[in-house]
Ligand binder design. Structure first.
Ligand SMILES: *[C@@H]1O[C@H](CO)[C@@H](O)[C@H](O)[C@H]1NC(C)=O
Ligand SMILES: *[C@@H]1O[C@H](CO)[C@@H](O)[C@H](O)[C@H]1NC(C)=O
Ligand SMILES: *[C@@H]1O[C@H](CO)[C@@H](O)[C@H](O)[C@H]1NC(C)=O
Ligand SMILES: *[C@@H]1O[C@H](CO)[C@@H](O)[C@H](O)[C@H]1NC(C)=O
Ligand SMILES: *[C@@H]1O[C@H](CO)[C@@H](O)[C@H](O)[C@H]1NC(C)=O
Ligand SMILES: *[C@@H]1O[C@H](CO)[C@@H](O)[C@H](O)[C@H]1NC(C)=O
Ligand SMILES: *[C@@H]1O[C@H](CO)[C@@H](O)[C@H](O)[C@H]1NC(C)=O
Ligand SMILES: *[C@@H]1O[C@H](CO)[C@@H](O)[C@H](O)[C@H]1NC(C)=O
Length: 465
């Protein structure tokens, strides 16, 4: 199978030597997410991907315009079957055939489609009624590819780290009990049999930022010279958090009897910005993590991880662009290597060939320690009054006495403007709901501020950190 993935053209363009057993380059690819209303069109985006020297590109659907634009490029491509149709595909071969016929056949082989992910982080959030259908759907898609004589694709699904119940130390790691029998074991049996990969999303940022006092930041950024963590169970010594997370999955696979399935890093990266209440999301850390990751995977011979020394780690960075329509905390909209206008957030070369000394200097990080103080949630965009009015009315309908102060005659009624009333309502809403997971987002209409918007006798509620 190794040779199947080697496209002849590449043999001339790769300057380092690769061993014949290596089916793939370690040069990272990039996730081309499209959840933005200000992103360049596909043709332009693909030029940008090339200029970053990415080896591969992963999309979260099978967008025909993108697949068309990728024809006759050297970029290897990963496409995705959306979560919503997995259940139906799992019980209907005609539907699977139809999906492949519509989304793969027209583009193959001119577009180098090499990976087909059935679903994205299925076991993290989709209704658990979908879970038992995942592997049957994967098998049907694989069968369809065979029907159409398409053999170069590896089929799998991408998983987040929350597939593990315990992950530390790595030698003690185990898959979550609720998914081990219905999902993980049949999945691993399929991946092992078809020599595919376990596609894994690995974010040391989230692990570190949830426990920054006990985890060293340099350890999370591949920068640590003197911090090591020894796994008492295996005796293996770790010098960075990424290796520890990946090895946890290796040990969990071994525990259920599949020690040899290869891991493909389906996403990794570090946010270049975020909300005031989010630690460590800045350009300095993002550049440091991503550049060090390139160095790690491009080192020859391959370093692998302590549990699998010498193994190649194929990967995709998340993501190509900062995507302004991604919901959730601010970091979600700040994982891009590029701004929506195509400029770089910081210098990076995914081939690893540009010496660090040629990169422009980075602004020093300012939020590597937790924010202390008060934060308010105010209007960020006032260009859509209809949307703002709807958000105001939603916020006021939640919680206790959320909008009392902006009613006629009360302290914050004047100035009687949609902008001020919405800012008050967002702050009041968030002050009540942050503790139970409420966010300051409102579809992009709201943002956090450390500057007190209160005036006169009108006091805006705040969150204190
Ligand atoms: C799945 O199939 C059912 C029954 O044919 C249909 O009603 C439903 O719309 C389908 N769901 C999707 C997401 O296509
Ligand atoms: C399978 O999907 C095809 C195509 O959408 C549809 O025509 C057919 O009725 C489905 N079969 C079953 C058993 O649901
Ligand atoms: C889905 O979750 C519900 C509620 O937690 C549980 O009762 C049910 O057994 C789960 N179903 C599966 C297939 O895991
Ligand atoms: C995994 O695949 C290898 C090689 O095909 C095979 O020898 C082994 O038995 C498989 N492992 C399991 C647990 O099925
Ligand atoms: C590691 O080295 C840095 C810089 O020399 C130092 O500040 C830090 O305290 C050291 N940490 C440990 C755990 O030795
Ligand atoms: C592109 O966007 C970035 C971030 O918003 C901005 O700093 C930069 O000036 C923009 N560049 C151009 C050429 O518009
Ligand atoms: C304003 O927001 C609403 C959704 O709340 C949307 O339907 C509408 O298209 C938006 N209008 C403009 C001009 O963007
Ligand atoms: C609203 O008040 C009730 C009763 O005091 C309380 O149980 C509830 O948690 C409050 N809701 C919020 C969002 O604070």
């Amino acid at each position: 199978m190794a040779m199947l993935l080697l496209i002849p053209l590449l043999m001339f363009s790769i300057s380092y030597s690769i061993s014949p057993s290596e089916a793939f380059s370690s040069q990272p690819g990039i996730c081309y997410g499209q959840l933005g209303d200000n992103l360049p069109p596909p043709k332009e985006s693909i030029q940008l991907i090339k200029s970053l020297k990415a080896k591969r590109v992963k999309i979260y659907d099978a967008n025909p315009e993108i697949l068309h634009a990728l024809q006759n490029t050297n970029l290897q491509v990963s496409i995705m079957v959306p979560n919503e149709i997995i259940s139906n595909i799992s019980s209907n071969q005609t539907l699977a055939d139809h999906w492949v016929l519509t989304n793969v056949v027209p583009f193959y082989p001119q577009t180098l489609i090499r990976y087909l992910l059935v679903g994205n982080e299925i076991t993290s959030s989709t209704p658990n009624t979908t879970w038992p259908h995942l592997v049957p759907a994967i098998r049907r898609i694989k069968h369809s590819l065979k029907t159409f004589r398409i053999r170069k694709l590896k089929v799998g699904t991408s998983s987040a780290m929350d597939i593990l119940e315990t992950s530390s130390p790595p030698s003690n790691a185990a898959f979550r009990k609720d998914i081990t029998e219905p999902v993980i074991k049949p999945l691993l049996r399929f991946l092992n049999r078809t020599k595919s990969f376990f596609f894994l999303d690995v974010y040391p940022f989230f692990a570190w930022s949830s426990d920054p006092t006990n985890i060293n930041l340099d350890y999370a950024l591949f920068e640590s010279m003197n911090v090591t963590v020894t796994d008492p169970g295996s005796g293996l010594v770790y010098t960075n958090l990424f290796d520890q997370m990946v090895d946890a999955v290796y040990f969990a696979m071994k525990r259920v009897g599949f020690p040899d399935v290869r891991i493909f890093i389906a996403e990794t990266g570090w946010p270049n910005g975020g909300d005031i209440d989010q630690i460590g999301a800045n350009t300095y850390n993002a550049a440091t993590y991503n550049r060090n990751f390139v160095k790690k995977v491009m080192r020859k011979p391959d370093v692998g991880t302590p549990a699998r020394p010498g193994s190649a780690l194929p990967s995709f960075f998340f993501a190509l662009f900062n995507e302004n329509l991604k919901p959730g905390p601010g970091t979600e909209r700040h994982f891009g290597l590029l701004n929506p206008n195509g400029s770089r957030v910081y210098d990076i070369d995914l081939s690893g060939r540009t010496p660090e000394s040629e990169f422009r200097p980075l602004a020093p990080p300012e939020n590597n320690v937790p924010f202390k103080g008060r934060i308010w949630c105010v209007v960020a965009r006032r260009d859509n009054e209809t949307a703002l009015a709807a958000a105001l009315s939603y916020a006021c309908s939640q919680g206790n006495r959320t909008c009392d102060s902006i009613r006629p005659g009360n302290a914050c009624f004047k100035p009687n403007s949609l902008f001020w009333h919405a800012s008050y309502a967002f702050s009041s809403y968030w002050a009540q709901f942050k503790k139970i997971g409420g966010t300051c987002y409102f579809n992009g209409l709201a943002t956090q501020t450390a500057k007190d918007p209160s005036f006169g006798s009108c006091k805006f509620p705040s969150v204190t950190l």
